[in-house]
Write a protein that binds this ligand. Structure first.
Ligand SMILES: C[S@@+](CC[C@H](N)C(=O)[O-])C[C@H]1O[C@@H](n2cnc3c(N)ncnc32)[C@H](O)[C@@H]1O
Ligand code: SF4
Length: 348
């Protein structure tokens, strides 16, 4: 299954085909924008626990590991990837690219990893270090990891850039930089305000449009652009949406639809299951109490979300704008992205 296959297929809401698993919330970075559910959570899912969840999902085709920096728990990631491979389930790991080395690459290749997905919002060590408040030694590590991944015969490499205040004027530059590293799949992730982190950076529709248009124009012909979460900003059939359409007709530009809650759920390291970690982190149950298929089939919260967002094509999972750049207090009855911590799993 190629990168974003599920997002590009016209899927109904009747099968849970993908799971995103936050094996750990530990991370060696503290990004201001980070929308991870709870970076302070210290529980870690082990391979057996994940295998039990996977075995209960007959339609599962893809498992994505994304925390935290999940590669800090390398053996667990390797074990989960190997287990999924043995079951014919595709795998992806999302990483900041700072904790990999040659031995780990070989082990991930041997385990059958499908996609390695790196965050990339900078093109030089100094601005990377200033923005993330980490040492300048980190950026060359990320660059080396991307090069090594690109050189892999079995791993498909994806680089992701968030379209936000930090990057909107440098999207083309980052894209060219990634293409020169050999990257052929560049995902552009719309920024999701991490309100629970106090991070609410907002660009206007015009600024976003300019950045998107400029990037599409500058696209390296060898590299495909994948836009994610566009519908969180631009209401289908709105003027802004219509302005986007000619750009999306380029075969090298792909708009990946949202499948959150419809065909994909997120499993957090404490067992909590949520609809979408970034856009709608409402917890619908805990795998240590209820099996995930029952949650998928019976959760009233999930049903309401799918009807509102997917079936009615409601505008945005997390917020509405009346005017560009302005947040409306109550977005059509949908909840803002504040995590609802209702886990009742007893403490370990
Ligand atoms: C939570 S991170 C975990 C994986 C890894 N630590 C990393 O940073 O790539 C998963 C992805 O979510 C993206 N992300 C985090 N916070 C976000 C936000 N507020 N809006 C949009 N994307 C976000 C990151 O850029 C990253 O690609
Ligand atoms: S975005 Fe990734 S690297 Fe940054 S703090 Fe969150 S989990 Fe860590």
């Amino acid at each position: 299954m190629a990168f974003k296959t599920l997002e590009m297929a016209k899927l109904g809401s009747e099968h849970l085909r993908a799971l995103e698993i936050g094996v750990t919330s530990r991370c060696n970075f503290r990004c201001d924008y980070c929308g991870a559910y709870d970076l302070t959570e210290r529980r870690v899912l082990d391979v057996d626990q994940v295998a039990r969840v996977i075995d209960n999902l007959p339609d599962l085709g893809r498992v994505k590991l994304s925390g935290g920096e999940v590669l800090l728990e390398f053996e667990i990631c390797e074990g989960i990837v190997r287990y999924c491979t043995s079951k014919g389930i595709e795998t992806q790991i999302n990483s900041n690219g700072t904790v990999l080395n040659e031995e780990k690459f070989r082990r991930l290749e041997d385990a059958g990893l499908g996609v390695l997905h790196f965050s990339l919002n900078h093109t030089d060590a100094q601005s990377h270090s200033n923005f993330y408040r980490v040492t300048e030694k980190m950026f060359p590590k990320i660059e080396a990891a991307i090069r090594r991944s690109v050189a892999s015969e079995s791993i498909d490499t994806v680089v992701e850039t968030i379209l936000f205040n930090e990057t909107h004027q440098r999207m083309a530059e980052i894209h060219r930089f990634a293409a020169e590293l050999g990257v052929r799949k560049h995902e552009i992730q719309m920024e999701i305000p991490s309100i629970h982190q106090g991070y609410e950076n907002t660009l206007t529709d015009d600024t976003l449009m300019d950045a998107i248009a400029g990037l599409c124009e500058a696209r390296d012909p060898r590299t495909t652009l994948y836009f994610s979460c566009l519908s969180a900003y631009f209401k289908p059939k709105s003027d802004a949406w219509n302005r986007l359409q000619p750009l999306l007709r380029d075969p090298g530009v792909i708009y990946a639809s949202c499948i959150e809650g419809k065909a994909q759920l997120h499993l957090h390291s404490n067992g909590d299951v949520m609809i979408c970690e970034l856009g709608n982190p409402d917890v619908i149950g805990n795998v240590f109490e209820t099996d995930i298929l029952t949650m998928y089939e019976e959760s009233p919260q999930l049903k309401a979300f799918v009807e509102k967002k997917h079936e009615e094509e409601a505008f945005s999972c997390f917020r509405h704008f009346d005017k560009p750049g302005q947040k409306v207090e109550n977005p059509g009855g949908l909840r803002l992205a504040v995590p609802v911590a209702i886990s009742t799993r007893p403490a370990d």
